[in-house]
Ligand binder design. Sequence first.
Ligand SMILES: *Cc1c(COP(=O)(O)O)cnc(C)c1O
Length: 350
Amino acid sequence: MFLNRLKKLKSYKTETTPCKVKLSSNELPFDLPEDLKEKISKEIRKIPFQRYPDPNITELREILADIYGVNENNLVFGNGSDELIQLLINTIGDLKKPIAYPIPTFPMYQVSADTIGRDKVEFRLNENFDLVKGEIDKALERNVDIIFYASPNNPTGNSFNSDLIRYTVDQNVFVVVDEAYIDFSDKKSFLNEALNEDNLVVLRTMSKIGLASIRLGVLIAREDIAMEINKGRLPFNITYPTQVIAKVVLTEGLDIIRENINRIKIERDKLINELSKINEIKVYPSDANFILIKTPNGDLIHRKLIEKGVLVRNMSHIPYMENCLRVSIGKPEENEIFIESLREVIKENF
Ligand SMILES: *Cc1c(COP(=O)(O)O)cnc(C)c1O
């Protein structure tokens, strides 16, 4: 009886089939260089392991504020942006009022709402996976308190129409712009607007730019808003090792991160070009570190690619994503293997 609500929940599954080429989780394919790992090891050795970490994340806060060009008090830290999404859903607005998001999108909004039994309003994107004003209006009429926009969106790869994001901010609703992939995009960020609004926050994460292992996400908001949201955060949610590692990488490894982002953007554009030469495949545009493709048979191609040692994310079972696969950009040689394998699978089966 006590577990009834939990029994109704589905557990969150990610693809774990071990494969030689892993292009399924939108991670950066490049590990940190050895000399940087050496520096990290030295700093890790200095940690007093019996002590709690700095609850205010002071030093890392200064470094990230500087990188984003904001004040230290504009930031709220999360154990990944997943935790910040959960924090917002647990604390913003009237918990009896629903959250809203366009679909298809990042599943964590739905997962976090279901965990606390908060209602959801899901609304449609158009055939290019972009926002539609009428759909936003219909959602707003249903009394929603928060809207989540992942832009660039996962799993579709495109950025949303920024005028319609702005339009939403001008309504009576709290808007979260999740910019997990903004580093791979040349489109506009809402970071500066978030500094001027009381109903707009931006989410960023280290996960897609090479530090998925340490779980570090950041919320950026006006100081007074950030201060309130910060009250809902658990005091020691950013571990000592995470703070130490992020400090080293974000001071001594920034050039490497920037270089890696550029490499991914170049590889992405090459891969889009190669994919668009395959007649059986529809390629969607991407502002992110992955590409969405529509295939003649998603389940089959997904399975056959695994047999060839290539793991991509199968989106076929998700509404409006029939036969779609999501492919993260890997190292050049990995992308080569993927496109070769895909060509073979299509030749053998269609
Ligand atoms: C990957 C992803 C995140 C999760 O980031 P973490 O910081 O690893 O929790 C958030 N939003 C979107 C849209 C993502 O794709």
